[in-house]
Design a binder for this molecule. Structure first.
Ligand code: ZN
Length: 418
């Protein structure tokens, strides 16, 4: 049950203000195709941060920054020493990114804080907005850099030394950002937090297809990456009989076909992708002697992932023919299950606000993945047009964005009363 106080906070959400701010943020780094280009710690990213902090300071909120540039905006509670309820996402985008991925979670959290102020609701716990640094990972690898460093999953020294394609380090880019967007307060990593909530566009087609407004996110699927290297022998395409060939591509195709069959589940829940194939010498009239292909495998259930991945090497060996094959795991990211109480709270808030909803597992990764082991965490999804994301044409409706912010407001108000 959501109490009346929290529903009042939800009703105070100003959907028009939230929409206007998306439009204003999108002007920074605007692209020809109607999207945004604010790559992590670029001048555009700094301008986006400065725009946000302008809105925050106008409300008198305190702002602070941690050693990897994660930004915090604090609305005080009546119990000053209480751990805050934390909510946010990221402002950085892909080079040809959209106007909503990440931005929505940041602006929705700010909208909640302002709605609480506008309706005169005092809460025991502080409410804090967080802007995670470099979620996208397109300028500096890896993705979700800021939240991973905050959580201690990546060592700060190595993150600061990471360079972009132009040879500029994260440390240099942070220093530039600090000049363009100065922040007075400083924060440490892993400070006490009561609960973490992140609102985000779905980045997939499910909610829109089922005409649901709210995605109650139960977790994030696990991810495994592999490199498969097949080695044969080059030969003349016109003179070499089949029996004498060691055709690495032929073997690779047999492997991929068998792996496709292995992962072809009735429920269509296994995500299996061979996204890169390198063929050597890549010549029309030469039998290839080396093929490298990648596997991206995702599922919600660790046991299913284990069962499939235990079969990858045997299947590749079985189909190698006269070639040699080597399978190497390059990423092993376990599935994330969000806190059951928080998931239940999101569902109850959608229910109380009479918004259509369904439980959903996130196909994409998010900063919330690194918060889940530290704090009770959850996510709220809203639909995006045709499920398109990481694209200039990414789109969402003002009504859905406002609805998601109302659910966020109800959950934050509820948690901040505890
Ligand atoms: Zn995102």
């Amino acid at each position: 049950m959501i109490n009346e106080h929290s529903l009042r906070a939800a009703r105070a959400i100003d959907g028009e203000r939230l929409w206007r701010r998306h439009a204003e943020m999108a002007k920074i780094g605007a692209t020809q195709g109607g999207g945004s280009n604010r790559q992590a710690l670029s001048p555009e990213d700094a301008a986006g941060r400065a725009l946000l902090l302008g809105w925050a300071r106008a409300r008198g909120y305190a702002v602070s920054i941690d050693p990897i540039g994660n930004l915090f905006v604090r609305r005080p509670g009546t119990r000053a020493d209480a751990a805050p309820v934390l909510s946010g996402s990221h402002l950085d985008t892909q080079p040809l990114g959209g106007r909503f991925d990440g931005v929505y979670g940041v602006l929705a959290a700010l909208e909640v804080m302002e709605a609480l102020d506008d309706s005169g609701i005092a809460l025991p716990r502080p409410v804090e907005l967080v802007v995670w640094t470099n979620e996208e990972g397109s300028r500096f690898a890896p993705v979700t850099m800021g939240s991973a460093a905050f959580a201690g999953a990546l060592p700060l020294e190595s993150v600061l030394a990471t360079k972009d394609a132009a040879g500029l380090s994260v440390a240099d880019a942070l220093a530039e950002t600090a000049v363009r967007c100065p922040v007075e307060g400083s924060r440490s990593f892993r400070f006490p937090v009561h609960a973490y909530l992140e609102a985000h566009i779905e980045q997939g087609p499910v909610l829109e297809a089922e005409r649901k407004t709210i995605g109650v996110v139960s977790g994030i699927q696990g991810l495994r990456w592999y490199n498969v290297e097949v080695t044969g022998e080059t030969a003349h395409a016109g003179t070499t009989p089949r029996a004498r060939r060691k055709d690495a591509l032929r073997a690779a195709i047999a492997m991929v076909t068998a792996l496709e069959a292995l992962t072809d589940d009735v429920a269509d829940a296994i995500r299996f992708t061979v996204g890169r194939v390198e063929v050597r010498p890549n010549s029309p009239n030469t039998v290839p002697d080396r093929v490298l292909f990648t596997i991206d495998l995702r599922h919600t259930d660790a046991a299913v992932l284990d069962a499939i991945t235990s079969r990858i090497d045997p299947i590749c060996q079985q189909h190698r023919g006269p070639c040699a094959v080597r399978v190497t795991e390059t990423i092993n990211s376990k599935p994330t299950a969000f806190d059951r109480r928080i998931v239940g709270l999101v569902r109850a808030a959608a229910e109380s606000l009479e918004l259509s909803h369904r439980d959903i597992v996130s196909g994409a990764t998010h900063d919330a993945k690194y918060m889940a082991p530290l704090y009770p965490s959850g996510m709220i999804f809203v639909p995006c047009e045709r499920g398109v994301s990481h694209s200039e044409i990414e789109n969402a409706t003002p009504e859905d964005l406002a609805a998601g912010a109302r659910v966020l407001a109800a959950c934050i108000a509820e948690l901040a009363l505890e």
